[in-house]
Design a protein around this ligand. Structure first.
Ligand SMILES: Nc1ncnc2c1ncn2[C@@H]1O[C@H](COP(=O)(O)OP(=O)(O)OP(=O)(O)O)[C@@H](O)[C@H]1O
Ligand SMILES: [Mg+2]
Length: 307
């Protein structure tokens, strides 16, 4: 089956001359949860805005369920729900009217029972008659999600949905995302919270300076790029790492009581056996050993800071 979103050689240069996206190719599979990670200004919102038809691409094209997002805008837009990064809501409308109206904009017949369920899922039911200006920031964000879901989209984009959101809402949101995903909705989200990508996504895309650096299955990404570290606690502090151990590139803690050895989990040999022998030969006595696996966060930082 062809991918539900096909992004082909997509580039965007804004009128200012700034190139925000540079020949991005990406296929998003139906039913997956894809997290896009990237620092501020990486081009995440630009990419999402193009797919949703808010920003026009400079070159390249995007197909949603086989339809071109420019030539067949109405069809593709109906398939998509967008929770925008910025809070863009009126002030005087009620929650109920806002969400209901949004459904109508997509040409869907009214379905009060469906809207009721969405509002209940987002703990907005009690607020349905409140005017938007009376809501807190987190509640407004819930309304944006409800709006995005109002027309029962097949693909949901969440652009930094948890920015400025409390723990409870974040948990509610992920529950809802999982439920939607279970019902077949494809989810694409951007986040600055790497733990979230780690927790929720099936695949992770890393974007920096307009380039998609990689897209990979989360588990294999962590496996492929994951480095392990071995912390060696010493019985007595060392002033410096002995010369005889230089090859291991050990890092000594400030107090000289701990040495850290970084090794590749993919390597044929970890080098740990030899290291332990050489530590012994250098007269160092061990108190304890601990190993830790690098997180997605470290992988991410090392990728985006690479020259
Ligand atoms: N309308 C615009 N006109 C000119 N430049 C723009 C416009 N919108 C975005 N940019 C620039 O394009 C680049 C990418 O912006 P974009 O909003 O896509 O990044 P982002 O990855 O979503 O960042 P953030 O994590 O901060 O939301 C930035 O350098 C930004 O300043
Ligand atoms: Mg953004």
């Amino acid at each position: 089956m062809p991918a539900i979103v096909q992004i082909q050689s997509l580039s965007k240069t804004y009128a200012s001359g700034h190139q925000a996206l540079s020949t991005v190719d990406l296929e998003i599979e139906e039913g997956e949860i894809l997290a896009l990670l990237g620092p501020n200004g990486a081009g995440k919102t630009t990419m999402i805005s193009i797919i949703c038809g808010i920003v026009s691409p400079s070159t390249g094209r995007v197909l949603v369920a086989g339809h071109d997002i420019v030539d067949e805008y109405r069809i593709t837009r109906e398939l998509i729900g967008l929770v925008p990064q910025e809070l863009t809501l009126g002030a005087f409308d009620t929650v109920w009217n806002t969400v209901n109206f949004s459904r109508g904009l997509f040409g869907q017949k009214p379905n009060p029972a469906y809207i009721e369920q969405v509002l209940k899922d987002l703990s907005l039911w009690d607020k349905r008659e409140s005017e938007l200006r009376e809501l807190s920031g987190g509640m407004k964000r819930r309304v944006l999600i409800a709006k995005a879901l109002s027309h029962e989209p097949k693909i949901l984009f969440l652009d930094e949905p948890t920015a400025g959101v409390d723990v409870e809402l974040r948990q509610d949101m992920w529950k809802l995302v999982r439920r939607l995903n279970d019902s077949g909705v494809t989810i694409i989200l951007t986040t600055h919270y790497i733990e979230e990508a780690e927790e929720i996504a099936d695949r992770v895309g890393i974007i920096n300076q307009g380039k998609l650096l990689l897209v990979e299955d989360k588990a294999s990404l962590m496996h492929k790029l994951g480095k392990k570290q071995l912390q060696i606690e010493l019985r007595a502090p060392v002033a410096a790492v002995p010369e005889s151990l230089a090859a291991y590139k050990l890092e000594a803690s400030a107090d000289g009581c701990q040495l850290t050895y970084t090794y590749d989990t993919q390597g044929e040999r970890t080098g740990i056996t030899a290291l332990l022998q050489d530590l012994h030969a250098a007269g160092l006595q061990l108190k304890d050993l601990k190993s830790s696996q690098s997180s997605l966060e470290e992988i991410f930082v090392s990728l985006v800071s690479a020259p």
